[in-house]
Design a binder for this molecule. Structure first.
Ligand code: PLP
Length: 398
């Protein structure tokens, strides 16, 4: 997945244009900037690539999720349905605005289970947030139907799945809003950065203003602009955006490299009795940033994960035990450990996650191993890696 593996001349050229102009900020300084508007250029290119009307580039994926929620009018006490398997950023964005994360089971797609989502909808629910973990997507059609039925917003966290598709549409563009991260380990990177996409003009305008202190961006004198509503600073710098411009131009190449490497490893593992793969919804195509497979039970998955590491095969994750990606280790959330007082709505409304039953998710997560697909591998070394992995896993399965 990591775009940083292929950082080179294209990225340097774009950054140098910004350095030559000396304007590191995305707004203002029109006379000095020598025609360089990298954040704007990235927004235009991203919207086009993602077949969406609008994009708003911001300082991180977490910022993108936060701005996306705010732009749709989500606030204190509103409930946002989030999967138990994600990165902590998904619920951080919800908590940051005083909204309440309602955690939900996943299924064999390793993303939101639509049946479980339906059971969690209350009059306070405002958003369903599927997270397309490890390059593959939630079954978005039934989630969209739930949103239409209950008047909810569908917000795709596509931070790990840029370049994948569902129903022929780029991931992130199927819902009302979609978010990407360009942090240093994502498929394409800005160093730090993120973006939201939408077809909704109101959401775009809200995101544009909110991410820059409420500035209405009318006219050419920043100091004289008005502020129709309260905002914040989630701006990206021109230096970061410049890297993003170059990396976005390489996205399709990156996806095809990932697909090639993924396919070699999948082919090697698919002949093993006892290995099954994560379900990719029929309408979808993943971005091939990870290969996810299941072993028959938790014990065998643990053994296989350990044996793969001992055989020197790096980049195999057992998310079930991971501190950052699965509810089992989110004690800070369960205990509501925060530096300052939490908003009353969060303190009072958030379900008690100490006692919640997520055994349906444990069933899949406990058996799952996830292989990071790297861009920098040589084809011969992928084949060798795939063969070695198959041998190790077969030995574990006896
Ligand atoms: C990386 C990531 C984010 C947050 O992105 P940052 O740019 O690191 O803030 C959010 N959600 C998921 C699923 C991610 O993997």
């Amino acid at each position: 997945m990591p775009g940083f593996e292929l950082f080179g001349d294209q990225e340097r050229n774009e950054v140098n244009k910004v350095l030559d102009s000396g304007v590191l900020m995305r707004y203002g300084f029109d006379g000095m900037r020598q025609g360089q508007w990298k954040a704007l250029e990235l927004e235009t290119a991203l919207a086009r690539r993602m077949e969406s009307r609008y994009a708003q580039v911001v300082s991180s994926g977490t910022a993108a999720l936060t701005v996306a929620l705010v732009s749709a009018g989500v606030g204190a006490g509103d409930e946002v349905i989030v999967p138990v398997f994600t990165f902590v950023a998904s619920f951080e964005a919800v908590l940051a605005i005083g909204a309440v994360p309602v955690l939900c089971d996943i299924d064999d797609t390793l993303t939101l289970d639509p049946g479980a989502v339906e059971k969690l909808i209350t009059p306070r629910t405002r958003v369903i947030m599927p997270v397309h973990m490890c390059g593959s997507m939630a079954d978005l059609k039934p989630l969209k139907e739930l949103c239409e039925k209950h008047g909810l917003v569908l917000l795709e966290d596509a931070c790990q799945a840029i370049g994948g598709t569902y129903d022929g549409k780029p991931l992130g563009s199927y819902g009302d809003l979609g978010c990407f991260s360009f942090d240093y380990v994502k498929t394409i990177t800005c160093g730090e950065g993120g973006a939201l996409i939408t077809n909704n003009e109101t959401y775009k305008n809200n995101a544009d203003h909110y991410s820059d202190h409420g500035h209405d961006h009318i006219g050419t004198d920043r100091g004289a602009e008005s502020h129709p509503f309260l905002g914040y600073n989630f701006r990206i710098s021109e230096l970061n955006a410049a890297v993003g411009v170059a990396q976005l131009g390489r996205l399709d190449d990156f996806i095809s490299i990932q697909k090639k490497h993924y396919s070699i490893i999948r082919e090697a593992l698919s002949s093993i009795d006892g290995v099954t793969f994560r379900r990719v919804p029929e309408a979808g195509e993943e971005n091939y940033s990870f290969l996810n497979f299941f072993l028959p039970d938790e014990n065998l998955a643990r053994k296989a994960h350990k044996a793969l590491a001992e055989a020197g095969i790096d980049g195999c994750f057992y998310w079930y035990d991971n501190n950052w990606h699965y509810i089992r280790k989110w004690d800070h959330l369960k205990n509501k450990e925060s530096l300052g007082k939490l908003p009353r709505e969060v303190a009072e409304q958030m379900p008690d996650y100490h006692t919640a039953d997520f055994s349906a998710s444990d069933h899949w997560m406990g058996r799952n191993i996830s292989v990071l697909i790297k861009l920098g591998w040589e084809e011969a070394s992928v084949k060798e890696r795939a063969g070695k992995m198959a041998t190790v896993i077969k030995a574990v399965l006896g």
